[in-house]
Design a protein around this ligand. Structure first.
Ligand code: UDP
Length: 319
């Protein structure tokens, strides 16, 4: 067993908490720094009694130090359009100041470093599918810019620390990922549709539903993180499932797997909503031997129990 210690910023979030599970499985001890702005203690509740796990209520927008670490995984950031629009300033802060602080920790302890970036770096892409070499088509002043530009800046700071200070960095660009522990009310399409389907409410499709996304199940995404964390690649790597669906197809898939009789209701498309998104994963395939294994229908079925419980629990609580 390795005695390595990993820091996970945002470790109480959806992806952060799954990463903690994987790192403990890899033999790391894990310390989480999270201010619980959008993360939740319930995501890491099952790790509370593990002596190799520690939670620290820390705002990484202030200089911080959770003690010596061998690896810094920087995931802290509001990540759904609803969250980052409500918390726009915090999103810009954590992508910039928070990223400096996380990199300073890696530099101080000569630790390896991994940052979660996003397919939003490609904006409303004019190249399809998106390769890592594509520079993107982002509106720098639109409502989504707080997230897109924060993440693009985070990549720039990371590359600068690598170039100037020789920090051993990695950058993952995450495409739409779903699964258990997503917040039911974070506004993203899978939790929204699942919640609506289980409650017998109309599924809200924005626009005509012909915009596309490519959905990756959480265990596939985390497998990609772990493989990338062990590689020496410093430039960004796409980790996402290249199977592309229209949002209308996604709605129909949710109705199928839940057996719900809900209808579909069309609502206005949010500003700057990307029309299409699909990762080119050639780099991850060749460099990491990574390939997603779980298709959308299977992944939704694997998420059913979590979303059913969350949807019905909250309905009872609010009743
Ligand atoms: N969307 C939708 N209905 C919803 C929530 C989202 O039609 O209730 C659409 C949204 O407009 C976008 C896609 O689903 O085209 C994915 O949205 P999400 O917020 O999950 O992630 P994004 O990829 O936009 O960051």
């Amino acid at each position: 067993m390795s005695k390595q210690r990993a820091l996970v910023t945002g470790g109480a979030g959806f992806l952060g908490s799954h990463l903690c599970d994987a790192l403990l499985g890899e033999g790391y001890s894990v310390v989480v720094a999270d201010n619980l702005l959008t993360g939740r203690k319930s995501n890491i509740e099952h790790l509370r009694n593990d002596s190799r796990f520690e939670f620290q209520d820390v705002d990484i927008n202030q200089p911080f130090d959770c003690g010596p670490v061998d690896y810094v995984f920087h995931l802290a950031c509001p990540a759904s359009p609803v969250d980052y629009t409500v918390h726009g300033i915090e999103t810009l802060q954590v992508g910039s100041i928070g990223t400096f602080h996380a990199l300073d920790v890696a530099r101080k302890y000569n630790a390896k470093y991994f940052i979660s970036s996003t397919s939003e770096c490609y904006g409303d892409p004019l190249e399809h599918p998106q390769k890592e070499t594509y520079w993107g088509h982002v509106n720098p002043i639109g409502p989504r810019s707080v997230y897109d530009e924060a993440k693009r800046f985070g990549e720039a700071v990371t590359m600068a620390y690598h170039r100037y200070y020789k920090v051993d960095t990695r950058i993952v660009r995450i495409f739409n990922t779903y699964g258990p522990r997503m917040q039911l009310n974070d506004g993203r399409v899978v939790p929204n549709f699942m919640k609506q389907a289980f409650r017998g409410e109309e599924l809200t499709v924005y626009g005509d539903g012909n915009q596309t996304r490519s959905f990756c199940y959480v265990s596939d995404e985390i497998d990609g993180f772990i493989r990338l964390s062990k590689s020496d690649e410093h430039f960004p790597v796409n980790i996402g499932n290249p199977a592309e669906f229209t949002i209308l197809e996604c709605a129909k898939m949710v109705l199928k797997v839940t057996g719900s009789k809900s209808q579909i209701r069309y609502e206005p498309l949010p500003q700057d909503d990307p029309k299409q998104r699909r990762p080119d994963i050639t780099k991850a395939r060749t460099l990491l031997g990574w390939e997603p294994k779980i298709d959308l229908e299977t992944g939704l079925k694997m998420s059913l129990e979590y979303f059913r419980n969350a949807a019905l629990e909250e309905k009872t609580t609010n009743a």
